[in-house]
Unconditional design. Structure first.
Length: 72
């Protein structure tokens, strides 16, 4: 193989690898975006779940399972 053909083949191989690398990077970026959206949603959900519990505790309202049975 001539040196110029060898260089062209190596250059082509590098271009192919770079292209695959760019595709992989874009796919990983999309995964990170989806995961961040899921994290944001979960944070909002946890906040909503904590809010009623905090309001009930501040108001002095007890849940039925927290009361002592009548024989105590």
């Amino acid at each position: 193989m001539e040196p110029s053909q060898d260089i062209n083949k190596r250059l082509t191989d590098l271009e192919i690898k770079a292209s695959f690398g760019e595709d992989l990077l874009e796919q990983l970026n999309q995964v990170v975006i989806r995961q961040q959206q899921q994290i944001d949603l979960l944070i909002r959900e946890v906040g909503r779940l904590h809010q009623p519990a905090n309001e009930a505790g501040a108001a002095g309202v007890s849940r039925s399972g927290d009361d002592l049975p009548p024989h105590y």
